[in-house]
Ligand binder design. Structure first.
Ligand code: NAP
Length: 163
């Protein structure tokens, strides 16, 4: 089982201005890359705040949403320990899982050492302040695996997480 974090960053390092910020500032190329990678994985995991910004299940992928009390049609709502969730998914035959945010969910998987890769696309926007990728102190080491231009204005950074 491999897991990757996929996120768009402003040029000054934020994933959003606040918990309810829609992803309407990311490029068409980034959205295309997101669809391609997450469909290949087959499973997307996200938190309730992120799901609310999308507002519907992402088609052709198993949608798993972390929430303690919400229910949504067309998604599996979970409160499982991340390790247990990944092992359930493995038993169900999934080989790759996309961790799709937001900061709370990225942090929960990262701090437990459950992330293999990070795909970060850097967009030409600045927010000045806002939410960073992770929201707790971490001490992770990464290895830069590739740098690619997704389009004229967007750079994709691929990192391997060193364990
Ligand atoms: N730039 C990007 O690539 C990108 C990607 C994704 C998201 N975002 C942005 O990130 C922001 C949202 O991030 P966020 O950190 O505020 O929220 P989040 O990670 O999307 O969701 C947090 C919510 O998940 C639920 N949750 C967390 N831990 C849980 C657990 N152990 N068990 C059960 N439920 C749990 C809780 O929902 P309940 O209150 O329902 O229990 C919690 O409020 C949005 O602005 C979104 O647009 C940006």
């Amino acid at each position: 089982m491999t897991t990757f974090i996929i996120a768009a960053l402003s040029a000054d390092g934020f994933i959003a201005k606040n918990s309810a910020h829609l992803a309407d500032w990311t490029s068409r190329e980034d959205k295309r890359f997101f669809v391609e990678l997450t469909k290949k994985a087959g499973v997307v995991i996200m938190g309730q705040n992120t799901y609310e910004t999308i507002g519907r299940p992402l088609p052709d992928r198993l949608n798993i949403v972390y929430s303690r009390d919400k229910q949504y049609k067309g998604v599996e709502v979970t409160q499982k320990d991340p390790k247990e969730l990944l092992s359930d998914l493995e038993q169900r035959g999934y080989k790759e899982v996309a961790i799709c945010g937001g900061a709370t969910i990225y942090t929960m998987f990262m701090e437990q050492g459950l992330v293999d890769k990070l795909y970060l696309s850097v967009e030409p926007a600045v927010f000045g302040k806002g939410m960073t990728l992770f929201n707790k102190e971490l001490d992770g080491k990464l290895e830069l695996a590739s740098i690619k231009k997704l389009g004229e204005q967007t750079v994709l950074l691929e990192y391997n997480v060193l364990r």
